[in-house]
Design a protein around this ligand. Sequence first.
Ligand SMILES: Cc1ncc(C[n+]2csc(CCOP(=O)(O)OP(=O)(O)O)c2C)c(N)n1
Ligand SMILES: [Mg+2]
Length: 333
Amino acid sequence: MKKVTKATYLKWYEDMLFWRKFEDKLAQVYIQQKVRGFLHLYNGQEAILAGAMHAMDLEKDRMITAYRNHVQPIGLGVDPKRVMAELFGKKTGTSMGLGGSMHIFSKEHRFYGGHGIVGGQIPLGAGIAFADKYFKRDSVTLTFLGDGAARQGSLHETLNMAVKWDLPVVFCVENNGYAMGTSVARTAKGTDIWKLGNGYEMPCGPVDAMNPVKVAEAFDEAITRARKGNGPTFLELKTYRYRGHSMSDAQKYRTKEEVAEYQKLDPITQVLDVIREKKYASDKEIKEIEKRVKEKVAECEKFADESDFPDKNVMYDVVYQQEDYPFLAHKLD
Ligand SMILES: Cc1ncc(C[n+]2csc(CCOP(=O)(O)OP(=O)(O)O)c2C)c(N)n1
Ligand SMILES: [Mg+2]
């Protein structure tokens, strides 16, 4: 694996803090109704993205996930201003403001959504990997899913074909303990989700996903295996989300004490502790990072605020490909 150095830790700190603050801002403007509809935040799960990015080849590897999808495209290089604008429903957004929170997408940065149907993205992730293998492209696709998707039929059908065909894909279950308000233990007899891989003779294992180093190591092994043509891996990334499932979640299914216990393992704090302990940065330098992050978030909000809403007719233009379809914008005028 690429070495984890002082530069890695400093990048992890700045990246993860930015993702956290970016989403804290979203939560804040949601109350002001600048962001509408559903909003699912990644708060607490950031080490997964930080670790994955360390192990990926960011020039060619790909990612697909469910609806908790605001920070992954930013990690892959999408301009965060455009992600925020998408959430504000503005035309400068990644999907011209027509997709919103659950549907961030960037072909250019190899981020394939943003999917609201639980488990819907799993076969698509394997399909992307199938195309890479078929066209002899050297890319690996990280296919993310929640613990709630682990019991969907689509996962099991996909695991079977992916391992049979040695597809270059990594299945990454982000086990944050809950599917909306339903705990993993209430969903299935076995709570070690990673063991599902055994049923398909697929390499599999659990990962401490509050620690980006552990995540990077697991991903490095899995990505290397996939790139060598040795097929998929099934990882269970043990993580936690501090906020509710979405913005409208009274969180009656867990206690404040449980959340506080996990916050002690916070990935951002863990990384900052190492930075301090190893004297990778002075207090002044840490303050500078925090200031930069704050300014970047403010820039995103300003950009999204000042952008225009899309023209109403655009919705018809992007839905129908067929030229003579009766409801196209130019037919309505
Ligand atoms: C097929 C389907 N069934 C139900 C839902 C409603 N739903 C939305 S999110 C969710 C929970 C999914 O939890 P999990 O996969 O653990 O992801 P997390 O929200 O924890 O990231 C459910 C049941 C849906 N969107 N799609
Ligand atoms: Mg979950």
